[in-house]
Design a protein around this ligand. Structure first.
Ligand code: GLU
Ligand code: ZN
Length: 295
């Protein structure tokens, strides 16, 4: 079988609607794939029903469609893959690579997000406990196509991390690594808020013997007050009737050139033009970008 040289994906979480920042990330991922005739997949990361906003999944699909961001193949929902995640967690537990953690939020409050390893050798039962993956006391390093060198010491900068929450829900880090490999993703293009998740994902890939995709993290779009457009910020859905204008603004955010003249045509026509002129090296090497500068 001929495996395509490039498989990209967009992987939204339906905890809100797509906002301008997610449009920038989706567009970068789409154009990076289309510029080399690659495939572009869509995966709904609906792992956390309590945080899901009613109607967000349908709204995300509608927005992608009316912005001309057509994906290849069937949409994959992570909510249909619990069996695979469960099997992996079982395997990691049985190999002693993961363990049960019963620490309360309160117990962890003083450790500034770095898990102190309290339950590492406690031998807790797996019921009513979070499951954490042991991390090595090592630096993980990769070269991001835009942000350049990035390294993180897994032990010192994060510690053993949760792969299944105490409420039984699977963690993003586990699902994203398994699914990117399962879908054959060669190139991950996403927002810079996930840059510091990448070393944990590299470790999981190494542990599971999975190939490492290339990474490109695009700047996060911030509001005038410095607020990042994101999950915690309730943004309204992107307006359907302004697709071309907002795609132009997103192209500008990515440092791309724009077609000459005033008639940019339909979103699909603009995207086609943009994919032929895509130059990822023009994306700003910056973790954030103020939306106000793009108006
Ligand atoms: N679902 C994640 C988010 O919406 C993105 C995951 C990824 O691209 O790796 O932030
Ligand atoms: Zn613990």
């Amino acid at each position: 079988m001929n495996t395509p040289a490039y498989i990209g994906r967009f992987a939204p979480t339906p905890s809100g609607y797509l906002h301008f920042g997610s449009l920038v990330a989706a567009l970068a991922s789409y154009l990076d794939a289309r510029a080399v005739n690659g495939r572009w997949l869509l995966r709904m990361e609906d792992l956390d029903p309590p945080r899901e906003v009613a109607g967000a999944q349908a709204a995300i699909l509608r927005t992608l469609e009316c912005y001309g961001l057509e994906w290849d193949g069937e949409l994959v929902r992570q909510s249909t893959r619990h069996g695979e995640y469960a099997a992996l967690v079982e395997r990691l537990l049985s190999q002693g690579l993961a363990y049960a953690c019963t620490c309360s939020r309160k117990q962890l409050a003083g450790s500034q997000g770095i898990y102190p390893g309290t339950c590492r050798n406690a031998g807790h039962g797996f019921a009513d406990a979070a499951i954490r993956l042991r991390v090595p006391e090592l630096n993980y390093h990769f070269v991001d196509r835009v942000q350049g060198d990035y390294r993180q010491h897994l032990g010192r900068e994060g510690g053993d991390f949760v792969i299944r929450r105490r409420d039984g829900l699977y963690a993003y880090q586990l699902a994203v690594v398994l699914d990117d490999a399962w879908q054959g993703v060669t190139d991950v293009v996403r927002g810079a808020d996930l840059l510091d998740s990448t070393p944990r994902q590299l470790y999981l890939q190494e542990l599971l013997g999975l190939p490492q995709p290339r990474y490109l993290h695009v700047p996060l779009i911030t509001q005038p007050d410095g607020h990042k457009l994101g999950k915690s910020y309730r943004s309204p859905p992107l307006p359907a009737d302004q697709a071309t204008v907002l795609l132009m603004r997103a192209l500008r955010a990515l440092g791309q050139s724009l077609p000459e003249g005033a008639d940019y045509g339909t979103p699909s026509e603009l995207l086609h033009w943009a994919s032929q002129h895509w130059d990822a090296s023009r994306i700003a090497r910056s973790l954030t970008l103020a939306e106000a500068q793009l108006l």
